[in-house]
Design a protein around this ligand. Structure first.
Ligand SMILES: Cc1cc2nc3c(=O)[nH]c(=O)nc-3n(C[C@H](O)[C@H](O)[C@H](O)COP(=O)(O)O)c2cc1C
Length: 253
């Protein structure tokens, strides 16, 4: 049985009273998409290589919020660079490691690979404007620290500077860098950089009862489109494996 054509699928959805953004904003939505909407109780499904049929790709809005790796580095001439990366996360705890993905060979990735070092700076709500300015595509060797009016502070183990105003910063040595491939092994433009944390800076104003006070720091996270979120509230819950409870100061599992 063939698929209904776009207008038949569209008409069936409209007749059923369904008014998703995809149909209103994108009359050219894929016929296959509409058929699947109809047959799966209006649950949208798409295969990315066929297109999503929405005005904007929802992928980054689904994988949200994403922490922002505000990455500082030095180029081979010793010039500082700073840029935000939300394809970023912690990837290992002992030793602590983190990773960011550059969707092409941008300055931060090139510097990290060339020097073997980079720094994660915690980007917080009060630092939003500076972070945003630092995402500008400035020429090689032009400092985003200066463009954003940010003071640098020295690191201890690596040569790259950190953002002085960030409540925390993690000095990293590159352990792994790899050009990404798709599922057929075709090379992509993106690179993933993994770093091992070799130095941790914390502003003591954000230590409360011996813990880093995440809600006080208000870390900024990237959502989809041009949306952001800030962590201002948290809740605590024990795990089934915590047994008798979670003792203060207990090593996190
Ligand atoms: C909040 C935010 C998150 C971003 N995340 C990424 C990312 O994960 N990967 C990427 O390649 N670019 C990302 N960008 C765009 C880069 O920050 C931008 O291309 C920047 O100019 C790169 O600077 P650089 O060449 O100095 O490293 C992001 C921008 C913003 C504002």
């Amino acid at each position: 049985m063939g698929r209904p054509n776009a207008s038949a699928g569209h008409a069936a959805l409209l007749a059923a009273g369904y008014r998703p953004e995809s149909i209103r904003a994108s009359p050219n939505a894929l016929p296959g998409l509409q058929e699947r909407n109809r047959t799966k109780g209006f649950r949208m499904f798409y295969e990315p290589h066929l297109g999503h049929g929405l005005p904007h790709d929802p992928f980054k809005a689904i994988i949200a919020p994403r922490p922002i790796g505000w990455i500082s580095s030095l180029d081979q001439q010793g010039r500082p660079n700073l840029a935000p990366y939300s394809f970023f996360n912690a990837v290992h705890s002992s030793p602590p490691m983190l990773a960011f993905t550059s969707e092409s060979m941008k300055h931060s990735a090139a510097n990290a690979i060339a020097t073997g070092e980079f720094v994660f700076n915690l980007c917080t709500r009060p630092l939003f404007d500076a972070m945003n300015i630092s995402s500008d595509a400035l020429g090689e060797g032009i400092s985003e620290f200066e463009a954003a009016g940010l003071a640098t502070a020295p690191c201890r183990v690596v040569k790259a500077p950190r953002v002085a105003a960030a409540p925390a910063a993690l000095e990293c040595k590159v352990t792994y860098s790899m050009q990404l491939q798709d599922m057929n092994g075709a090379p992509l433009k993106g690179w993933i950089i993994i770093g091992q944390v070799v130095g941790v800076h914390i502003d003591e104003a954000y230590i409360t009862n011996g813990r880093f006070d995440t809600a006080k720091a208000q870390p900024l996270a990237r959502c989809g489109y041009r949306h952001y979120a800030a962590v201002t509230e948290m809740f605590e819950a024990l795990r089934p494996t915590d047994g008798g409870g979670y003792a203060p100061g207990q090593k996190d599992k």
